[in-house]
Design a protein around this ligand. Structure first.
Ligand code: NAG
Ligand code: NAG
Ligand code: NAG
Ligand code: NAG
Length: 424
């Protein structure tokens, strides 16, 4: 029962979390009313920091007008600007009144930069100090930093949710501008994957040629979900040798999205995501659920937690995932005798940029796992019939008979909790 209970708790948390990420504010919309901040606003969108801001309920955004921002923006790549801008997103609520009533006249406050893991010591925090003459100064919290940026005006205040304040100059932490930020074309994707414990995936994308698709997509924006080596050894993983080349290419491309989608953006995703495998012949999409800081991907056949961020350097982001992502287009068909036998392997490598449409006849592989019913986004990630799919780690055979009843009960309770929260 332990695993079942855990799954149910997880479901409950998922439902509450899904409720929580429906944000009350939209920083893009707030700033769009002020042409003075159009450059800053554009970069918040491009770096996806806007999603991070919108998913937080208590946040202060320190904005720079186009004049103050342009000197910075013209000299640095988006990956560096993302770090600098993260230092301007304060994880607390400060309005003009609070700025002038700081206890002891000075405080250190954590910013979004602190949460990236790239900020040693207190480089991810800022120092806010009430200076003489009514001025409020901002600077890095690192010892010896100057407070050479000052509060100029309030742009927007939605009490205790979001405050947008204009400051006079960028806040710069030591090393933030010079820290090496690899450009997408400099990154050796396979080397990074090998180092991150995804050797098998690295070798498959190299041998299939999918790496070329990744490399050409990386400059415009690319998100990769690389299954770690354990994922390929998990019980019930389909035999990849039984896939045709075209199917293998589709499976590998299915582990990636066109565009830069860091974790904060995955968390705010509500629609299903198309993948690089998506083509005229198949949807090959993925849905996402969030519980707190944990993000889970659902294919309709199985689910996988997003494990680690290997690289987040705008516009390329690479994650590891715990399980192979099995698309319904390849693994979700009901077993039925094929009208015509399919060639076991295709004679020549498939061109990578245009994955061949997947044959309508079920491949030998599609017949091996029992076809589970298609999962819906809001559904429990691990319970119910879908948990019986070959690859689900949380499958609970002992408990699965009682699951539907419990699930219904829990859904009812969750619904009651959610409405209570909404009503209060
Ligand atoms: C603040 O955020 C909460 C939760 O997201 C929301 O319910 C509330 O309406 C917001 N307050 C204002 C004034 O918008
Ligand atoms: C936020 O506002 C912008 C501009 O008004 C809009 O394009 C975008 O879809 C909005 N985002 C959300 C999550 O509502
Ligand atoms: C903020 O910086 C000023 C100037 O360097 C310093 O005197 C003050 O102690 C700092 N505030 C905190 C809370 O560390
Ligand atoms: C990338 O790294 C791999 C080792 O993982 C190496 O074999 C390959 O030559 C490297 N590619 C480039 C372009 O340096």
């Amino acid at each position: 029962m332990g695993a079942l209970n855990q799954s149910l708790v997880f479901l409950c948390l998922s439902i509450l979390a899904l409720n929580a990420v429906v944000s009350a504010h939209n920083i893009t919309a707030i700033l769009s009313e002020f042409p003075d901040y159009s450059d800053y606003n554009k970069y918040l969108t491009q770096t996806k920091l806007a999603d991070e801001i919108n998913s937080r309920t208590t946040v202060t955004v320190l904005v720079l007008n186009n004049g103050a921002f342009s000197a910075l923006a013209s000299k640095h790549p988006a990956s560096v600007l993302k770090k600098v801008l993260s230092l301007h997103i304060v994880l607390d609520y400060f309005d003009a009144q609070k700025l002038h009533k700081l206890p002891d006249g000075s405080t250190l406050s954590t910013t979004l930069y602190q949460t990236t893991g790239n900020a040693p010591g207190n480089l991810g925090s800022i120092n806010i100090t009430d200076l003489k003459g009514g001025k409020v100064g901002f600077g890095s919290a690192a010892q010896g930093s100057k407070l050479d940026s000052t509060y100029t005006k309030t742009v927007k205040e939605i009490p205790y949710n979001i405050s947008v304040l204009e400051i006079s100059a960028p806040i710069i932490a030591t090393g933030i501008l010079t820290a090496p930020a690899p450009s997408a074309s400099d990154v050796n994707i396979t080397a990074l994957l090998e180092k991150a414990g995804a050797k098998k995936f690295a070798s498959l994308i190299s041998s299939s040629g999918v790496i070329k698709t990744y490399e050409s997509a990386a400059e415009k924006g690319l998100t990769i979900f690389a299954p770690n080596d354990e994922a390929f050894k998990a019980p019930g993983v389909p035999d990849l040798n039984k896939l045709t080349n075209a199917e293998l290419v589709s499976l590998l491309l299915y582990h990636s999205l066109a565009g830069y989608t860091p974790k904060g953006s995955l968390k705010t995703t509500t629609a299903s995501l198309t993948t690089l495998a998506t083509n005229g012949a198949g949807k090959y999409d993925i849905t996402v659920t969030t519980a707190g800081d944990s993000v889970t991907l659902h294919t309709g056949v199985d689910s996988s937690r997003v494990a680690d961020t290997v690289l987040d350097s705008t516009p390329l982001v690479i994650f590891t995932v715990d399980n192979l992502l099995l698309p319904t287009e390849l693994f979700g068909k009901s077993p039925s005798p094929a009208p015509t036998p399919e060639p076991v392997s295709s004679p020549s490598p498939t061109p990578v940029l245009a994955p061949a449409p997947v044959s309508e006849a079920p491949s030998p592989l599609a017949a091996s796992p029992p076809a589970p019913p298609t999962e819906t986004p809001g559904e429990a990630p691990a319970d119910g019939p879908a948990a019986e799919s070959a690859n689900s780690k949380s499958a609970n055979r002992a408990g699965h008979v009682e699951a539907p009843a419990l699930l219904t009960a829990l859904l009812t309770v969750s619904a009651a909790v959610v409405s209570a929260v909404v009503l209060s």
